[in-house]
Design a protein around this ligand. Structure first.
Ligand code: ZN
Length: 97
């Protein structure tokens, strides 16, 4: 029985969903968010895990299923770096004049 993990686009809840079969998972309707009822959910690609008696393998699958950090955070840091770089350049220009 395959388990997939989903992340709700509405409230960002990450939840597991059990399908009766892989075929049902691939062709069936996406599950509803148990928190807010939204069907706007994203399947976490690497999260496909088959129920097993190996808790280590299952934990590993869950770890890799964590959503990526928001790209906005990285962009902000890059912008901050660019801002500092610009400041350095303008200071250098002032010194040269
Ligand atoms: Zn939700």
């Amino acid at each position: 029985m395959p388990i997939y993990e989903y992340r709700c686009d509405g409230c960002w809840l990450v939840f597991s969903y059990f399908f009766r079969s892989v075929r049902a998972a691939e062709t069936g309707a996406p599950p509803q968010c148990p928190e807010c009822g939204s069907v706007e959910v994203q399947r976490l690609i690497s999260a496909a895990a088959v129920l097993s008696n190996d808790p280590v393998a299952e934990a590993r699958a869950r770890e890799s299923a964590q959503p990526a950090p928001s790209p906005l955070y990285g962009r902000k840091e890059i912008q901050e770096q660019m801002r500092q770089e610009r400041n350095r350049r303008s200071i250098a220009r002032v010194d040269g004049e």
